[in-house]
Design a protein. Structure first.
Length: 304
């Protein structure tokens, strides 16, 4: 055979073999995704956030009340930004002015799964939390937390995280008449819950959002927690005025609250509680196990 022909055949053969090897070892980019890699972190993939926020936006913008809430979420930094940060940590100091039980803890909350871990302000080895299905406590001092831990595990978060906590299923929104409070006009939204939503579906909030700036100024609410009250009963409505805000990584949250009894004309009456919130941060490196009940924890049964 002619040497030139042999050389050409050999070169073609090498090219074919090389191409086959490249085809077998090359993986299309779409088949590799960081979001598919298992992680021990609480923080969720961006695709999960995008899907959840899209559903929430479509649902909320389907009604005038929902649109007001969506605009408030945007004004407070955006729902996408909120869920992209990982868990939120903060110090919440609830001080009743009548001398009754103070509730003063550092806490970390996973807003995606609604789990929480609290540590006592004076002794952070004294802890309690909610793992998504049960409350737990890990203490060496039986007097460290003299209140209902299941009830309190997520209560501070539900104040601090307004309006972002209104994105889920089971939330019922109703627009009420606008209110003028301290010479500012507010859109007013009543929030109630479908039966079976959480421990206390009979709870409701009445939220004041600035008509112009869309930010939250007032939270009115009742407590109907079944561990405290029979079905259909609750505490009188309270009026909680926000005492300033701060911006953390683009998210606007409250720095404190003054709570009053609500008067018949729907204005604040006696000042009964002062709440301060500080040391607020997002904790994207939090591991899942941190928000699980520790092995040595005591599991708290029932609602009381």
């Amino acid at each position: 055979m002619n040497k030139s022909i042999v050389l050409i055949i050999c070169m073609i053969t090498i090219v074919i073999i090389t191409s086959c090897k490249e085809e077998k070892t090359s993986v299309p980019p779409q088949e590799i995704s960081k979001e598919d890699i298992q992680t021990d972190l609480v923080k969720v993939p961006e695709s999960w956030v995008t899907e959840r926020v899209t559903k929430a936006k479509n649902r909320l913008q389907g009604s005038p009340a929902g649109t007001i809430v969506w605009n408030a979420m945007e004004a407070h930094g955006g729902l996408t930004n909120w869920y992209s940060k990982g868990p939120i940590a903060f110090h919440f100091d609830y001080k009743p002015l009548d001398g009754s039980t103070r509730r003063n803890t550092y806490q970390t909350v996973d807003m995606w799964r609604n789990t929480a871990r609290h540590q006592h302000y004076d002794d952070r080895s004294q802890e309690f939390g909610w793992d998504g299905s049960q409350a737990w406590t890990k203490t060496t001092d039986s007097t460290a937390f003299k209140y209902n831990l299941r009830f309190w595990a997520l209560t501070p978060y539900y104040f601090l995280a307004q309006p972002f906590v209104l994105d889920g299923e089971g939330v019922i929104l109703e627009q009420l008449e606008d209110k003028n409070f301290k010479d500012k006009i507010y859109n007013v939204i009543k929030v109630s819950f479908a039966e079976g939503t959480g421990d206390a579906p009979d709870d409701y909030y009445v939220l004041y959002f600035g008509k112009e700036d869309h930010t939250l100024g007032v939270i009115r609410y009742i407590v109907s927690y079944p561990g405290y009250f029979e079905k259909g009963k609750h505490l009188p409505e309270k009026f909680m005025e926000i005492q300033g805000t701060t911006t953390i990584d683009g998210i606007i949250v409250s720095k404190g609250y003054h709570t009053h009894w609500l008067l018949e004309d729907e204005t604040p009456g006696e000042h009964i509680t002062t709440i301060t919130v500080d040391s607020i941060s997002f904790q994207p490196k939090t591991k899942k196990e941190y928000l699980e009940a520790p092995q040595e924890a005591t599991i708290l049964r029932g609602l009381k």
